[in-house]
Design a protein around this ligand. Structure first.
Ligand code: ATP
Length: 570
């Protein structure tokens, strides 16, 4: 869709507000158009020695009424502008939160934030300035031209010649303004990306002494934005000046030619005065149209960037699915091949199954594709070949919400959100009671930590849980997953930040949990999974072997090697 059509599409839901605002603006403007007529009447009255009080009072009333009507029109247009911004914000926020995980791997969150704030704000004045002022300005210009034509065709021809020149200049400059604005907005998006990147690894930036380098990157993006914005401003003011100059030039020419025509009695003086009033009016409207056209170019740049967000593919649900049963979930991978980049498969022909309840461990070297198995179970990505089933149903045929409600997932780096401990836990289940929360905290071995927190569950735990230790963050993430009352618990490397003393109780707690639900754990430290009901050994994206610790020690070389490297008794 072309940029202008996209902009107009933003206005469509509020078209009646825009039309009402536009009509009121037009009525207010038309009141101004009567002024030249009134001026002619006043002049004729003065020259004819008739009283001028009546026409003067009438003129004043017209001006006041016109101003009031215009103000109401402007308010309606501003209202429509705010509505456009709000609707776009709500829609795009929803779009960003529902897009596929793979899209976020590709995009820059900082740039998305800048589009959601900066670019959307630019839409605000689309209605007010550009559409209506432009259309109304053109309509009122047409009205003025008709009046000028009726008054004197020769003077109109003089006016049209100069004005045509202005139009040519505008047509040449507008695309340049649009391109520069788009580049400026893109550079602001890059600035957002730089800042978001630095804030996301704030301590690393400081520890690496990289503040200056990161600042330089931000300054560079900011300079690019400035350069393009200044260039656009230069052209914008050039178009404004060309409008003013052409108006002044026309005024002088009309005065000269018109004066000569009055001198030769070809034109009455009152008609010349009326024509000059019309010209003033026309030049005002022309200024308005020029300003609307340049504003339109700025908005075009923003709406194109917003449209890119609007087109991000969302996660989709299958059309209709029967409700899922209760009880622990079973899992089956059958011939699954998947790669983040289809040309480089991460998983190849992976097949194994996990019956309901009990603990299954996935082990293997770093980069083998273990976390990817979890990503496919949560349907963050879809397998290229083969099927991933939960409870005997392909995950592609599950309603996403129902699928994810069945699964408790603790990511490898156990993300914790800013807010209180209670907010973090309830994030997974907003209706959880304090009793539920205390229950899961005990299961995750956090009860003793809770006692030490100054405000208990209401303690703020900082940006990304900065006030907690790494191990505590992991256990908060486990408690959060358990609070969801999942049927399938996926734990990715959850003991990596725990000492042996804290690991043993957590391992026992997970073994206990595995008696009531299906638990799949990814573990580097084999000591945590020796008691698992089955262990899947993954290597280079393929399943090498499946068995218990004892079986694998005898049957699989890689497993034996891993166990020997970790001093596990064979
Ligand atoms: P580790 O034990 O180190 O956590 P893993 O066995 O869990 O590793 P995965 O995280 O599944 O391995 O990654 C498998 C491969 O896929 C790696 O080569 C990794 O670089 C790649 N990979 C993982 N996530 C993505 C992603 N979002 N986009 C592109 N490639 C990815």
């Amino acid at each position: 869709m072309g940029g202008s059509r996209l902009l107009l599409a933003q206005l469509r839901p509020y078209r009646w507000t825009v039309v009402a605002g536009g009509l009121l603006g037009l009525a207010g403007g038309a009141a101004g158009l009567v002024q030249p007529l009134a001026a002619k009447v006043v002049t004729e009255s003065l020259l004819g020695g008739r009283p001028v009080a009546g026409p003067l009072i009438g003129l004043t009333c017209l001006i006041v009424a016109g101003a009031l009507v215009s103000a109401l029109g402007r308010y309606l247009l501003a209202l429509a502008g705010e509505n456009v911004v709000r609707r776009a914000r709500d829609r795009l926020t929803g779009r960003i939160l529902r897009m596929r995980v793979g899209e976020l791997d590709r995009l820059e969150p900082g740039d998305l934030m800048s589009r959601l704030t900066g670019d959307i704000s630019l839409l605000r004045s689309v209605t007010a300035t550009a559409v209506v002022n432009g259309t109304a300005g053109l309509a009122l210009m047409a009205g003025a031209i008709v009046m000028m034509a009726v008054t004197d065709l020769t003077l109109l021809a003089v006016t049209a010649g100069v004005m045509a020149l202005t139009c040519v200049v505008m047509a040449l400059v507008m695309p340049v303004i649009s391109a520069d604005n788009q580049r400026a907005q893109a550079a602001i998006g890059r600035l957002g990306t730089v800042v978001e990147r630095a804030m996301g690894a704030y301590r690393t930036v400081k520890a690496s002494g990289a503040e200056r380098r990161e600042t330089a990157r931000a300054v560079d993006a900011s300079a690019t934005a400035w350069r393009h914005a200044v260039r656009a401003a230069r052209w914008q003011s050039a178009t404004g000046v060309s409008g003013t100059v052409s108006t002044q030039l026309t005024f002088l020419l009309v005065l000269g030619v018109g004066g000569a025509r009055v001198g030769s009695d070809a034109l009455p003086l009152s008609s010349l005065i009326m024509f000059l009033f019309c010209l003033m009016y026309l030049s005002n409207q022309l200024g308005q149209v020029i300003s609307a056209a340049t504003q339109w170019q700025v908005r075009l740049a923003a709406v194109r960037r917003l449209d890119e967000v609007d087109r991000l593919p969302s996660e989709t649900d299958p059309p209709a699915s029967p409700p899922a049963g209760d009880g622990s979930a079973s899992v089956a991978f059958s011939g699954v091949t998947f790669g983040y980049d289809p040309a480089a498969p991460v998983l190849r022909e992976v097949s194994f199954s996990v019956p309901p309840t009990g603990m299954t461990a996935v082990v293997g070297p770093s980069g083998a594709g273990k976390s990817t198995l979890f990503a496919l179970l949560e349907r963050f990505y879809e397998a290229e070949r083969g099927t991933v089933e939960v409870d005997g149903r392909d995950v592609r045929h599950w309603p996403l919400e129902a699928l994810r409600a069945r699964i408790g997932y603790v990511e490898q780096d156990a993300p914790v959100l800013a807010g209180t401990l209670r907010d973090n836990l309830r994030h997974a289940r907003p209706d959880a009671t304090d009793e539920d929360i205390h229950g899961v905290l005990a299961q995750a071995g956090l009860s003793s930590v809770l006692v030490q927190l100054p405000h208990g569950l209401d303690t703020a735990i900082g940006h990304r849980g900065a006030t907690l230790s790494g191990g505590q963050r992991q256990r908060v993430a486990i408690a959060r997953a358990l609070l969801r009352r999942p049927r399938l618990l996926l734990l990715d490397e959850i003991t990596s930040q725990l000492d042996a003393g804290s690991e043993a109780p957590l391992r026992r707690a997970i073994e206990e949990i595995a008696t009531t639900m299906t638990v799949i754990v990814i573990a580097h430290r084999l000591s945590t999974v020796t008691n698992a009901d089955r262990i899947v050994v993954l290597d280079g994206g393929r399943v090498r072997a499946v068995g218990t610790h004892r079986e694998l020690l005898t049957s699989d070389d890689l497993y034996r090697e891993l166990a020997a490297g970790q001093f596990l008794p064979s």
